[in-house]
Design a protein around this ligand. Structure first.
Ligand SMILES: Cc1cc2nc3c(=O)[nH]c(=O)nc-3n(C[C@H](O)[C@H](O)[C@H](O)COP(=O)(O)OP(=O)(O)OC[C@H]3O[C@@H](n4cnc5c(N)ncnc54)[C@H](O)[C@@H]3O)c2cc1C
Length: 465
């Protein structure tokens, strides 16, 4: 049996990507680490987020491929979706990853405790199994849960958040997606590819608000071409349930749908996390306040991932975890440049970017020069039959119309999430156009477009001017 009081170098509350990355990185550096997880290690990302969502988007990809096979001379029947099989496959992928993670944590000799944890004063972690853990350092990685909006609470019938969508065995025939951010757009894209009639409702003037406008426009065009109704600037939302459908109404419009997906962001899971005065400052939206090293206002207590007010991305959680562990070890570290983290959105077409958008660079005071390369110029894109999209490179203007330092790379098109790596490196290495233009891109490949767009910024592109 586990002792009722045990001391660790580090106790991590929450076993999502932030928490397990902290545990693995800490244990790898020789620290004695415990993770307390109330549900399953892997967190939102593995069980209710990145992995299951991308698995269903892959179902949509397979569907598109089969539906378009005839064009390649491969004759097959028109595809029909059995979403219960898709659901079972998704679960297999999740469970395989989950098992793998558990055994890696075990191999690293991380103590994983299943229970609800609360932080008490004097660096004590109280666990729901009755045990107290003490530690030299505690990392809070409690993550986040889906937000809803008044009148659109999950009701077990019409209204779902991402948690419920990812557990579906059957797709509705029509859906209203409220929220045109990354997650809302991914669900809208997946469902529309699989034959669901989708209405996408966004309060802001544009969907994918954080993206470069040219990139977001390509996604909107593609959505509309596939028959999706996209409404922006939507306000006054309500819905009136009927027997088997509900009518969603907004100022100036309405639609009758079988289901509603509310995708309006996530809130930090910090309610009930603290017992008494721990000295950890939490802001008015419930996020734990941290400095650039992920240290909270209480000595020896760190916070990372979705429960701090930074980009809510799994890989940002990893980076924050490593930063916190380096801080605990007293090692030199570099704070994260949140303006230049990689973003990937797995819609069809995919979106990927790092660094400034054109507008953001201008707003930050840069004089910029921009080149946009279309995938229709790229042989490999034609080969795979996916020519929609662009690579847009934003660089500092050297004064003669050629580019200097690369400030941002924004892509939309086939497999751009897999092409972002070199763009991310260029931005974060603060590389110049001349430096990056020297690198050879393999031919034929989709990544030629990034090379060609950068080359064009030297003033001497091969295909692009
Ligand atoms: C549908 C969807 C798709 C997404 N797609 C992507 C993507 O493609 N790429 C990407 O980078 N990000 C994506 N995200 C975001 C990503 O899932 C999160 O940023 C990431 O999971 C955050 O990691 P975390 O460790 O901070 O928190 P979480 O993953 O939320 O993990 C927190 C863990 O802490 C546990 N916990 C909470 N409180 C306690 C407590 N008091 N005691 C014990 N345990 C506790 C929870 O049970 C949970 O397991 C997606 C999210 C969603 C919802």
């Amino acid at each position: 049996m586990r002792p009722l009081a045990e001391h660790f170098d580090v106790v991590v509350i929450g076993g999502g990507p932030g928490g397990y990355a902290a545990a693995l990185y800490g244990a790898g550096a020789g620290l004695k680490v415990a993770v307390v997880e109330k549900d399953k290690v892997g967190g939102t990302c593995l069980h209710r987020g990145c992995i299951p969502a991308k698995e269903f988007l892959e179902t949509a990809h397979v569907y598109r491929t089969v539906a378009g096979a005839k064009e390649f001379g491969v004759n097959s029947d028109q595809p029909v979706v059995d979403f219960s099989v898709s659901q079972a496959r998704k679960q297999r992928v999740v469970d395989t990853q989950w098992k793998g993670l558990q055994s890696t944590m075990k191999r690293r000799k991380i103590t994983t405790i299943n229970g609800y944890a609360q932080l008490a004063p004097n660096k004590i972690v109280k666990v729901s199994d009755g045990s107290d853990l003490t530690a030299d350092n505690i990392i809070l990685a409690a993550g986040s849960t889906p937000r809803t909006i008044p009148g659109f609470e999950v009701d077990g019938k019409f209204v779902m958040t991402s948690d419920e969508v990812l557990a579906l065995d059957e797709l509705p025939s029509s859906v209203a997606v409220i929220g045109g951010g990354a997650i809302g757009c991914e669900f809208a894209s997946m469902m529309s590819d699989l034959g669901v009639k989708v209405t996408l409702l966004e309060a802001l003037p544009k969907i994918l608000a954080g993206c470069d406008a040219d990139v977001a426009d390509v996604v909107v065009k593609s959505f509309k071409k596939r028959g999706m109704d996209v409404h922006v600037g939507v306000s006054g939302l309500s819905h009136k349930p009927g027997k088997s459908t509900t009518t969603v109404t907004w100022d100036g419009g309405s639609v009758e749908v079988e289901a509603i997906i509310v995708s309006v962001g996530r809130k930090p899971a910090t309610d009930g996390l603290f017992l008494g005065d721990t000295g950890v400052a939490v802001n008015d939206r419930g996020y734990i306040e941290v400095d650039e090293w992920m240290q909270t206002s209480a000595e020896g207590i760190w916070a990372i991932g979705d429960c701090v007010p930074t980009a809510q991305l799994a890989h940002v959680g990893y980076a924050e975890a490593m930063l916190a562990i380096k801080g605990i070890l007293g090692e030199d570290a570099t704070p994260i440049d949140y303006n230049a983290v990689p973003w990937c959105i797995y819609t069809h077409p995919e979106v990927a970017f790092a660094g400034y958008s054109e507008q953001a660079a201008k707003d930050a005071g840069y004089k910029v020069v921009v080149k946009k390369g279309p995938f229709s110029h790229v042989g490999r894109a034609d080969i795979i039959g996916e020519t929609t999209g662009i690579v847009k490179v934003i660089a500092e203007d050297q004064g003669d119309g050629t580019g200097g330092r690369i400030l941002g790379v924004h892509m939309v098109g086939p497999w751009v999430t897999e092409q972002l790596g070199q763009a991310y490196l260029s931005v974060n290495w603060q590389a110049t156009v001349d430096e990056v233009a020297q690198f050879i891109q393999p031919h034929p490949s989709l990544s030629e477009l990034f090379g060609e767009t950068v080359l064009a910024l030297t003033g001497r592109g091969l295909l692009l001017q």
